[in-house]
Design a protein around this ligand. Structure first.
Ligand code: GDD
Length: 329
């Protein structure tokens, strides 16, 4: 019989990649969709006719119980969250409820359904739980034992979710794991995130549809990989004999300036300074200055390694945006 998976956040970047991966692997895929007449539904169904959508909301545990009982999943992937760090500063309580408390709600939904012994649970934890250079400076990058020091309402909420997963594993012997994922990007990324904001703007500048690009802190460094590679790691975590938490990362770090260099280079511009406008509106009250992950444990135990490197990622994103933005003209 085909395995069944339930994905929250299925309409997001990782949800899309994961739905494709699980479908290819022969899973019956269920996804949670939130809200009445969600405008994302039509577009989603056109690309993912194989995903069975269930209307539910992480904030409503009874609806999550219903989703678990309807789908009877072998695996649950909790990818839903208020996921934008900047937005979380403006909506800290909502972020706490969805990104933090939401984890408990779905874990409880699994328990209330009596499925805590049969379900394997993946939690989308994040490198935003680490604080940057001032708080911890591991030589080979942050790993599973590095100290946490979140610097945003988003990071704080994610840390609550992280410890909830550990606690449910220890308290109820659940197969529940945290994937501590460093930034992962690609053409499915929303334009509110810096990589896609840049690739999209670069394409539009090339096509004459946009003049400049407003950005905040250009000196932050991130460990950027390709989202398509990372969902494979999520799945592998749930195929292990024993549950454990894993960092997924590339082991390289690059600044926003590095991303700008490569992206503008794709359209033949070597000096992007006249296109980029520094704009305080995109700065954050507190910033994580540097993220660098050490994926040694995942490489060893899961046999996982990222395939797409940084230059290939930037190229993929700019080429994609040139093609979709070109088609709009
Ligand atoms: N979004 C955005 N927009 N970020 C900007 C901008 C801008 O105009 N200008 C500079 N930045 C800087 C941010 O200050 C940050 O240092 C960096 O670009 C990356 O920002 P984002 O792309 O928004 O990602 P993030 O690192 O804050 O968070 C992402 O990665 C996390 C994993 O570490 C999100 O996907 C999180 O959900 C995820 O957990």
């Amino acid at each position: 019989m085909a395995k069944k998976a339930l994905i929250t956040g299925v309409t997001g970047q990782d949800g899309g990649h994961l739905a494709h991966l699980l479908h290819e692997k022969g899973y019956e895929v269920f996804g949670i969709i939130r809200g009445q007449r969600n405008p994302k539904r039509e577009v989603f169904e056109a690309e993912f006719p194989f995903v069975q959508l269930i209307e539910a909301d992480l904030l409503d545990t009874s609806s999550m119980v219903r989703a678990v009982q309807l789908s009877l999943p072998d695996e649950v992937y909790n990818l839903a969250a208020v996921s934008h760090v900047g937005y979380s500063f403006m909506n800290p309580q909502l972020t706490a409820q969805v990104t933090g408390q939401g984890v408990i709600n779905i874990l409880e939904a699994i328990r209330l359904s009596g499925a805590e012994k049969s379900v394997r649970f993946y939690q989308a934890s994040t490198s935003e739980m680490f604080g940057g250079l001032a708080y911890n400076r591991p030589e080979k990058g942050y790993d599973e034992s590095s100290i946490f020091h979140p610097r945003s309402p988003y990071g704080v909420a994610k840390l609550y979710g992280y410890w909830s997963v550990v606690n449910y594993r220890e308290s109820y012997n659940m197969f529940a794991v945290n994937g501590i994922l460093f930034n992962h990007e690609g053409p499915r990324r929303g334009v509110e995130f810096v990589t896609r904001k840049i690739s999209n703007a670069v394409a539009r500048i090339k096509l004459g549809a946009q003049k400049d690009l407003h950005l905040g802190n250009l000196d932050a460094k991130r460990d950027w990989g390709y989202a398509g590679d990372y969902v494979e790691g999520m799945w592998r975590m749930l195929q292990q004999d024993t549950p454990s938490d894993y960092v997924l990362a590339t082991g390289e770090t690059h600044s926003i300036r590095d991303f700008l260099d490569l992206a503008f280079n794709e359209i033949g511009v070597s000096d992007w300074s006249s296109y980029v406008v520094l704009d305080k509106a995109f700065e954050r009250p507190a910033e994580v200055d540097l993220l660098l992950g050490n994926p040694a444990k995942a490489e060893k135990e899961l046999g996982w390694k990222r395939k797409v490197d940084f230059p290939a990622l930037v190229k993929m994103m700019v080429e994609h945006d040139l093609s979709i933005e070109g088609a709009k003209l």
